[in-house]
Design a protein around this ligand. Structure first.
Ligand code: KIV
Length: 289
């Protein structure tokens, strides 16, 4: 069922929200009680209005991830992503959705210096996009900031395990928690973020045993990516799961092969243009009789 109408003046889809309530941080948090989640939470990344429209009916949360750096802008990592990028794409995703909670990633350098810096950046993102939450990376080192934001009206999603903004410290994007010391640190990070008031926690790129322990031991819902089916929910980068790239990480399931289908559509179009078989009379304007 589509929840959006076509504006007949512009032929563009415009969001026309059906009366209903968006998912909220408390409603997401309440999906887990006594360390158990009945129905797993569904989250996907989205970066544009139209993709948000398509994903919204199926998702509890849409994440405007800073993965847009690589996915949309062709950057080598998430490090160069700016507030302006997050703001523009966050606003587009909010405009294209009515049901899912929209969370926007805080870009590298916008929150690490102090809780006050984080509040300034997060409040700007919320004002400019209309999103209902922000996500930031880090564990024990960032817990005080999460508490500061939460106490001042900003719902926060934590992100522990493989934290891509720390790639230069971690030395790569490999799975974390292979050694006991590292596994214990990731668990401590998740607990710190949980105690600080994060309403859910993304756990990325960890061994299954680590993800299961975190899921059992923290109160907030745990959203896994490259983690475990036993997490309280899952998130994937939308372009990865649609098969937009030739190479996908091992933890991604490709639900489509869009790259091949887009390439084929472009090839047929190019052939038809070159052979003058497009446009046909059907796509051509004539004087009305
Ligand atoms: O930036 C992103 O898309 C993310 C998800 C992979 C969790 O942080």
């Amino acid at each position: 069922m589509s929840t959006f109408t076509i504006d007949t003046g512009t032929s563009r889809a415009t969001p026309s929200p059906v009366p209903g309530k968006r998912m909220t941080a408390p409603s997401i948090r309440l999906r887990k009680s006594d360390r158990r989640t009945e129905q797993p939470l569904v989250m996907l990344t989205a970066y544009t209005m139209r993709m948000a429209q398509l994903l919204d009916p199926h998702c509890d949360m849409l994440l405007v991830g800073d993965s847009l750096g690589q996915v949309i802008y062709g950057l080598p990592s998430t490090i160069p992503v700016t507030m302006e990028m997050m703001s523009a794409h966050g606003a587009a995703v909010v405009r294209g959705s009515w049901h899912a909670l929209v969370a926007v990633d805080m870009p590298f350098g916008s929150y690490e210096a102090s809780p006050a810096q984080a509040f300034e950046s997060a409040s700007r993102i919320m004002k400019e996009t209309g999103c209902a939450a922000v996500k930031l990376e880090g564990g024990e080192a960032i817990a005080a900031t999460i508490e500061f934001l939460t106490n001042r009206g900003i719902p926060v999603i934590g992100h522990v395990g493989l934290t891509p903004q720390a790639v230069n410290v971690l030395g790569g994007y490999g799975a974390r928690g292979r050694e006991e010391r590292e596994a214990a640190k990731i668990l401590a990070d998740a607990k710190a973020v949980d105690d600080a008031g994060a309403f859910c926690i993304v756990v990325e790129g960890v061994l299954e045993e680590v993800a299961v322990r975190i899921t059992r031991e923290v109160a907030a819902p745990v959203i896994g990516i490259g983690a475990s089916a036993q997490c309280d929910g899952q998130v994937l980068v939308i372009d990865d799961m649609l098969g937009m790239f030739e190479r996908t990480p091992r933890f991604v399931k490709r639900y489509d092969d869009l790259a091949a289908r887009i390439g084929e559509a472009a090839r047929v179009y190019a052939d038809e243009v070159r052979s003058r078989s497009f446009p046909t009379p059907e796509q051509t304007y004539h004087q009305k009789p």
